[in-house]
Design a protein around this ligand. Structure first.
Ligand SMILES: Cc1ncc(COP(=O)(O)O)c(C=O)c1O
Length: 399
């Protein structure tokens, strides 16, 4: 069987130095970086050592500006709607804490929301006395659109926050349908956490209908660690009052005054990891070069193949809910803790990388599904079918 042949796997592998040494199924943690990303980062670090940090930044000005274009292109947004930040959590928090939420306002979210997002909401519940409502799920695991529509009838609802794919499973939430429903209400904010979908599947903010979107560089986008970005829809930008702001996000205009920037860079800080951001831009261009449709097609096909192989493995139970599932494949092995599976796979002659998801990341979801910890494997387009067979054989050898 040839899985999604539109990607040139030989080239993808040749351009991924790490994939010889390791069998990397931790792309939902941090994917292996491709050569153009590594080159962009290293070249800038070299320039910093050769001519100085500020001077290298000046020299790279046009390339730095290009990063905004690249991320905007990835999302079908405008460059002024993009802020480059350290990670998805920072992106999410900058938008969330800037929202004009007040006593009595209601925030709707999913039962599989990323824990840091929930912690931000809990903080606002404490400080600003908002109410958090967790939407019920369909029996298949997605948030209930019917319940969302009903809840949106309540004028106190001010925000809908959705993790497109949660951290602990391959579930794909109906993000565009959520966008259509929230748009129909007009004034409600829709904040989409696309941390696990950026670089994995096509993201079009016009179609998704979100007002803000947070994502990270290091996961399926294959960028450097500690890079991320925030998109904020231009029409709504002025409704957001960021905390904190520095001299890059705002101008100190007088002893008693400052003026916020009127683009999304009001969410940035002056000091930035320039080498990392150039690497992020290279990662976006690299993904666009393959085409997000082609990447998504292959990721889905590889994930389906991996699920079929694992379904055939004794004592293994697949754990992903959802009608449509992504490249994250979670499972448990009877009689073995997830951490033991991870350690045993890492100890193989050709190291196999997976990670685990614990109940701390999935309080509601895991409680409802009777889970405590799962093994989280995650495929990407540069893996081969032989890689998946090697992986499944390694899991089988543990059982
Ligand atoms: C769904 C989701 N949202 C947000 C994050 C946080 O991303 P970051 O570590 O870049 O802040 C993660 C990280 O695993 C995630 O899985």
């Amino acid at each position: 069987m040839t899985v999604a042949p539109s990607i040139d796997i030989d080239r993808a592998q040749a351009e991924t130095p790490g994939c010889q040494a390791v069998l990397h199924l931790n792309n939902a943690g941090a994917a292996l970086q491709p050569r153009p990303v590594i080159d962009a980062v290293l070249a800038h670090l070299h320039r910093e050592t050769e001519i100085g940090g500020y001077e290298a930044a000046d020299e790279a000005l046009a390339r730095r500006e290009q990063v905004y274009h690249s991320i905007a292109r990835l999302l079908n947004a405008h460059r002024d709607e993009i802020a480059l930040v350290d990670n998805a959590t920072r992106a999410y928090d900058m938008a969330f804490h800037a929202l004009p939420l007040r006593d009595g306002d209601v925030v709707l979210t999913t039962r599989s929301e990323y824990p840091s997002n929930v912690i931000a909401m809990l903080r606002a519940q404490h400080d600003r006395r908002i109410t958090i409502r967790y939407l019920p799920n369909e029996p298949t695991g997605e948030l209930s659109l019917e319940a969302l529509e009903r809840e949106l009838g309540d004028p106190r609802v001010k925000l809908v926050s959705v993790s497109h794919v949660p951290t602990q499973s391959g579930l794909l939430q109906p993000a565009a349908e959520v966008g259509r429903l929230t748009r129909a209400r007009g004034d409600v904010w829709y904040l989409l956490d696309a941390c696990q979908t950026a670089g994995q599947l096509p993201l079009d903010v016009q179609n998704l209908g979100c007002d803000a979107l947070a994502a990270t560089g290091r996961k399926f986008l294959r960028g450097p660690r500690a890079t991320g970005f925030l998109y904020v829809r231009h029409e709504r930008l002025r409704e957001l009052d960021p905390i904190p702001v520095d001299l890059h996000a705002a101008t100190w205009t007088g002893p008693e005054s400052y003026e916020l920037r009127d683009d999304a860079r009001r969410f940035e800080t002056w000091e930035q990891h320039i080498a990392g951001l150039l690497g992020l831009g290279a990662a976006a261009e690299y993904a666009l070069g393959w085409g997000l449709d082609a990447i998504w097609e292959r990721v889905q096909a590889l994930a389906a193949r991996l699920r079929a192989l694992l379904a055939d493995t004794p004592r293994v139970t697949l754990r992903d809910p959802g009608v449509r599932r992504c490249g994250i494949v979670t499972f448990t092995v009877e009689g073995l803790a997830a951490a033991e599976v991870k350690a045993a796979l890492a100890a193989r002659p050709r190291r196999i990388n997976v990670t685990t998801s614990t109940v701390n990341s999935a309080r509601l979801d895991f409680a409802e599904r009777g889970l405590d910890t799962v093994v989280r494997s995650s495929v990407h387009y540069y893996l081969t079918e032989q890689d998946l067979e090697e992986f499944a054989a390694a899991v089988r050898s543990l059982t």
